[in-house]
Design a protein around this ligand. Structure first.
Ligand code: BDR
Ligand code: CA
Length: 314
């Protein structure tokens, strides 16, 4: 499947990208970055370094929005992703350079080139997608399907009572994307909080990893050390962490991992405590909005095996 990936790399974005690079069913044709866990420019640099780790081919990477559609960016999420976004793991400087193209033009050019074929996978705030839709409304028709990591329907939030980081990072953008008419599946905290990568999973992987995945697994060991600790402090996880971004990536290319429910949805863009909350309307005559597929149930065991399978010896 052809994938257009949007990331704010980030430890779990890096894990999702590595998973996709090691699984043959994904053909990533372009990557855009957005401010979220770190600045878009740093996310692009991190992404290029992760491509090096996997000895990936020359996938174009473009740095996108440095601020949300409305308001200001909240700054780096150091407590979860470290000072550099990669759990303070230093990777060698990259010889690759980011593409010199405006993000909207980059996305629309790829959507035209692969018209009707692209799966848009977003693992950060939806600013780049919203900006592209504003400049090129026809982008929505050219995309086959969109899978986003973000939101929560029935879970609590992770940055506010009902707010998940990617949606709350740019609620206006997410609301505009919901209204675009694209076929959208949201993989949110309802399921990602239940799919936990444990220390013992990585210990097992260290004994069974393929030679090809050695550099990637070595990096994951180091970056996850920080990420586990951050999740312990923020979410009271004990020696494990939710697989947010990898789960959305897995769902895009695999069947049988998640169950979804379709609901009419909007995003709350005001509110003292509710900005960034996803509001679904189950009434017979719901408010105008997008009919979004929300992941509501996960086969956690299967998801963990699927993730590890990218790196283990065949
Ligand atoms: C999301 O927020 C970011 O910190 C992660 O990379 C993930 O995309 C989880 O709420
Ligand atoms: Ca992310």
């Amino acid at each position: 499947m052809k994938v257009l990936l949007d990331v704010d790399t980030g430890v779990d974005d890096a894990a999702a990208l590595l998973y996709m690079l090691f699984k043959p069913q994904y053909d990533i044709v372009g990557i855009g970055t957005v401010c979220g866990n770190v600045e878009a420019r740093l996310a692009a640099e991190n992404t290029l370094k992760v491509l090096d780790l996997a000895d990936a081919p020359d996938i174009p990477v473009a740095a996108g929005a440095e601020k949300p559609v409305c308001g200001t960016w909240a700054g780096r999420v150091r407590e979860i992703h470290g000072d550099n976004g990669l759990g303070n793991t230093e990777l060698p400087p990259t010889g690759r350079s980011p593409a010199e193209e405006e993000i909207e033009d980059f996305y629309m050019r790829l959507a035209d080139k692969y018209s009707g074929e692209l799966t848009l996978v977003t693992l950060g705030p939806l600013t780049n997608a919203a900006r592209t839709l504003k400049k090129y409304p026809e982008f929505a028709r050219k995309i086959r399907r969109m899978v986003m990591m973000g939101g929560t329907v029935a879970m609590r939030g992770n940055v506010s009572p009902m707010g998940e980081a990617n949606v709350t990072g740019d609620p206006e953008a997410c609301d505009q994307v919901f209204l675009s008419g694209m076929d959208i599946t949201a993989v949110g905290l309802d399921v990602t909080m239940k799919v936990r990568l444990k220390r013992e999973h990585m210990e097992w992987l260290n004994r069974h990893r393929s030679a090809r995945a050695a550099k990637a697994v070595n990096f994951l060991n180091r970056a996850l050390e920080y990420y586990w600790y951050g999740n312990q402090m923020q979410n009271y996880c004990i020696d494990d962490c939710p697989l947010h971004d990898p789960l959305a990536a897995m769902y895009a290319g695999t069947t049988g991992i998640l169950r979804t429910e379709t609901r009419r949805a909007r995003v709350e863009c005001d509110g003292t405590y509710t900005r960034g909350m996803i509001v679904t309307d189950l009434r017979e005559h719901p408010i105008p909005g997008g009919d979004i597929h929300f992941a509501v149930e996960a086969d956690a065991d299967r998801a963990i095996r699927e993730f590890l399978s990218a790196f283990w010896e065949e």
